[in-house]
Design a protein around this ligand. Structure first.
Ligand code: HCA
Ligand code: CU
Length: 379
């Protein structure tokens, strides 16, 4: 049994709203929140309620609808942001301010003492209003470690519930994440939260490193959408943990993830990306004859997820120049309920490979081709 313990803070409705193709309507946001709640995601993070003319209305609509997940507002350490979050009826606030030199110089312009004062007074406000309050040090992996330690030390007894260490630019390596996490876990008693951008393709690996090093709260978004090329994708991350120990994710409704992914993709007007682990439409697609034979005999030969647990469909390609006859047997059985003789399947597969070498088949054409051949060879 793994020692990992974690909760998910999904940020599709905050970080995800910053994605280039995201133009979610209020109804779509409500549906996304509902689907996240159905999956059993512990926290749903929303955009700052003062960030747009409609964001307070969105916050109110979602907090009045969501029952089982906690709803959080992402806010600056500003009084008006926290007031709006309170008015929006959220369970908690996700406060953010960075001490990295490039931020103190080019973003908010505050020095460390001013940052500590602003954070303390914002945290007090959140706590006084009964909100679950988190404080995050922006761009933690490009920040001088000593500054983070001074900042977190000054805030540790303020009543804040956890500290965030986002990899804002996706530059961290799994090793660096493990090292910083372990160091902060040993220094502070508060749990840590991690937010991994995917600029260097390490978001999932970094999030796993964080958990293995003792971190507790992780950020995700559906399909990984967010600024630039996004953050840790929800389904893929759940899949990553499932492959380590499926008990880690049994608290979630795994069979509802596909619906959530598809819904968000349809809102964005895109396909689910073909290379997204587990979410990909092709995650259970097998082509080469050697693979299809083995996977049909025992699925774990080439699959690390349980196709039924995630309510997905295994696809066996029987219409490519490299497909094998087991795939033909399987498909004809799927289509007709009949089991054909091996010799018949071998002849059909050979005909299929011959034709498929010079042109591709649509799925419907391929089905027709093997059914016709099965008919001919069986008479
Ligand atoms: C942002 C930055 C953020 C915040 C993460 C956090 C990041 O868009 O405001 O609150 O922990 O990547 O640093 O998304
Ligand atoms: Cu981010």
């Amino acid at each position: 049994m793994s020692s990992i313990q974690f909760q998910i803070i999904d940020s599709t409705l905050r970080e995800g709203d910053q994605f280039a193709l995201a133009h979610f309507t209020l109804e779509q946001k409500i549906t996304i929140a509902q689907l996240l709640e159905d999956v059993g995601i512990e926290y749903i993070e929303l955009s700052n309620p003062v960030s747009s003319p409609t964001s307070l209305q969105v916050t109110k609509a979602i907090t009045s609808m969501v029952r089982n997940s906690k709803v959080l507002a992402h806010v600056r350490c500003h009084e008006k942001d926290i007031q709006a979050a309170i008015a929006g009826g959220v369970d908690g606030v996700q406060m953010l301010l960075g001490v990295a030199t490039h931020l103190t110089e080019h973003s908010h312009g505050k020095n460390l003492d001013q940052i500590i004062l602003a954070a303390q007074s914002a945290i007090h406000m959140g706590i006084a209003a009964g909100l679950e309050t988190r404080f995050s040090s922006e761009d933690a992996f490009r920040t001088d470690r000593s500054q983070i330690v001074i900042l977190f030390s000054a805030l540790e007894d303020s009543g804040v519930l956890r500290f965030g260490i986002p990899d804002t630019t996706g530059t961290a390596t799994p090793h660096q994440v493990a090292e910083l996490t372990a160091d902060l876990v040993s220094r502070f008693r508060l749990p840590l939260e991690f937010h991994a951008h995917n600029d260097a393709g390490c978001a999932i690996a970094n999030t796993l490193s964080f958990l293995e090093a003792g971190g507790r709260f992780i950020n995700t978004s559906v399909l990984g959408i967010g600024e630039r090329n996004g953050i840790t994708p929800l389904t893929s991350m759940i899949g990553r943990l499932y492959t380590i120990d499926r008990h880690l994710v049994e608290k979630y409704q795994l069979d509802k993830l596909q619906e959530l992914d598809s819904y968000v993709a349809s809102c964005l007007g895109t396909e689910i990306p073909f290379d997204l682990p587990l979410s990909s439409p092709y995650a259970f697609y097998h082509r080469a004859g050697i693979h299809t034979k083995a996977v049909l005999s025992s699925s774990n030969t080439y699959e690390i997820y349980d196709v039924d647990a995630f309510r997905r469909q295994r696809q066996i390609d029987f219409s490519s120049p490299i497909s094998g006859w087991h795939a033909v047997t399987f498909r004809i059985h799927q289509l007709t309920g009949r089991l054909i003789a091996d010799t018949v399947a071998q002849s059909i597969a050979s005909d299929m490979r011959e034709v498929a070498s010079s042109r591709s088949f649509s799925p419907a054409e391929a089905d027709r081709f093997i059914l016709e051949k099965a008919h001919v060879y069986s008479i």
